[in-house]
Design a protein around this ligand. Structure first.
Ligand code: ATP
Ligand code: MG
Length: 428
């Protein structure tokens, strides 16, 4: 029997995992500058947490959920996205209480699960880095979240991005727009895709999110929600665009963006990249928006929120396509070559001392001949090769070679163990 990983999953191997660490660490550092703190919620939740919030007609709920009944007959699901679980936790742990500083700003990173047709940049287990900020309706906060997403992507060395924004307005806006959309789409009912026919009356906004080519022409010519904004919604959106202008953040208003999840209102946005690595045309790698009803929907008080989610696999594809240079990871400071039986024990002591003093060090464990050990040191790109044999052990010395400039020197063994840093600084 040969085992294979489940379809749509990936093994992140050494060599690749360092890139992930770099991406995650960069995000952690940036989030800390913006004062977002980490939250870790379970990888699975009660099914209702998502079905109630993502929307009964959303792709996520209708097709993509990894849900099952556990041994206690509870209907649970692997999380398809981050926000609903964070909101569930926010409510359950009463993070909205009067003692907490508003807005409450959190970030998360981890795996998400969707039953999709796997392809480049589309997996069944994928990873998101996301943020949520609760407790302020201010458009300034929408803009902070957008600016932070752009800032993060720039830190990753990606500059050729398109920021598209739209507004879904408030309830009044949506009611009016819903009517207009139904009036517009109904005469074309027979030409719509099956999914869109299904959704037309339940949730016509979903039709705008359709990826089916059959629907595209209707999406392109659909009435614009921007013509149906209530005064309040218009005011909020105008403020957001003004602030983006003030910060010098370029954007395009795209009234066809609706997002795949039902919980959004007011500002929504997508950050897209045009790279062949992600398919033809522009592909969204980061998306988010405001969700002022969500906390209440999950049993909390009326409390606004805004956030984004960034797809890490798509980000990586993009970084690789853009030939972004990842910083060099954990270079090897010292490789110890041991010659002879006695050196076997001594080299173990040496690597251990070096490591305890904060250096990265390695040695041979396969009883290889000196020549093979030197080869390994080269292959591992060691900065220094340390050689010890019977004679050195007798003399209490060790031979050190700087692999970059080939300078060599013999030192006292104890000195190397205790003061390696100082020795190389003074002698090479
Ligand atoms: P799409 O329209 O491509 O299906 P979506 O609207 O379902 O995306 P969101 O739910 O907004 O995506 O998720 C935010 C980000 O997470 C996406 O922009 C993308 O980068 C990433 N993402 C979503 N689904 C997947 C997946 N199946 N595999 C890899 N990344 C994904
Ligand atoms: Mg999707």
């Amino acid at each position: 029997m040969r085992y294979q990983r489940p379809k749509g999953t990936a093994d992140i191997l050494p060599g690749e995992s360092e890139k992930w660490q770099y991406i995650e660490e960069t995000a952690r550092m940036l989030f800390s500058d913006y004062r977002y703190r980490e939250i870790r919620t379970p990888m699975f939740e009660n099914f209702d947490v998502f079905s109630r919030t993502s929307g009964e007609t959303s792709d996520i709920v209708t097709k993509e959920m990894y849900d099952f009944y556990d041994k206690g007959d509870r209907h649970v699901t692997l999380r398809p996205e981050g926000t609903a679980g964070v909101v569930r936790s926010f409510v359950e742990n009463k993070l909205y209480g009067p003692d907490t500083q508003k807005p409450v700003k959190v970030f998360y990173m981890g795996p998400m699960f969707r039953y999709e047709r796997p392809q480049s940049g589309r997996l069944r287990e994928f990873h998101q880095i996301g943020v949520e900020a609760f407790g302020s309706e201010a458009p300034e906060l929408d803009v902070e979240v957008i600016a932070m997403a752009m800032d993060l992507l720039q830190h990753y060395g990606i500059n050729d991005l398109r920021l598209a924004i739209n507004t879904l307005g408030d309830q009044e806006t949506r009611d009016n727009y819903r009517k207009a959309l139904i009036d517009y789409l109904t005469p074309h009912f027979d030409s719509l895709s099956e999914d869109s026919q299904e959704r037309l009356n339940k949730n016509p906004l979903r039709v705008l999110d359709s990826k089916d080519p059959a629907d595209q022409v209707f999406v392109d010519n659909a009435p614009s929600i921007l013509d149906y904004l209530s005064d309040n919604a218009k005011k909020h959106f105008d403020k957001v665009t003004t602030l983006l202008n003030e910060l010098g953040i370029e954007y395009k208003i795209d009234h066809t963006i609706v997002r795949g999840l039902d919980y959004y209102n007011h500002t929504i946005f997508e950050i897209m990249a045009n790279s062949k690595s992600l398919g033809e045309g522009y592909t969204t790698i980061c998306a988010g928006g405001r969700y002022d009803g969500l906390v209440n929907e999950l049993g909390g008080p009326e409390m606004p929120g805004v956030g984004f989610g960034l797809g890490v696999e798509r980000l990586l594809l993009l970084m690789e396509a853009e030939k972004v240079e990842f910083p060099e990871f954990n270079p090897l400071d010292a490789y110890v070559v041991g010659i002879g039986e006695k050196a076997n024990l001594e080299s173990l002591k040496i690597v251990q001392s070096l490591r305890m003093n904060g250096f990265s060090a390695d040695r041979d464990y396969l009883n290889r001949k000196p020549k093979a050990q030197f080869k390994t040191a080269n292959k591992m790109n060691a900065n220094y090769t340390l050689t010890i044999g019977d004679q050195e052990i007798e003399d209490g010395t060790i031979h050190v070679k700087n692999m970059e400039n080939s300078k060599e020197e013999t030192f006292k063994l104890e000195e190397v163990k205790q003061n390696f840093g100082k020795l190389i600084e003074e002698n090479f």
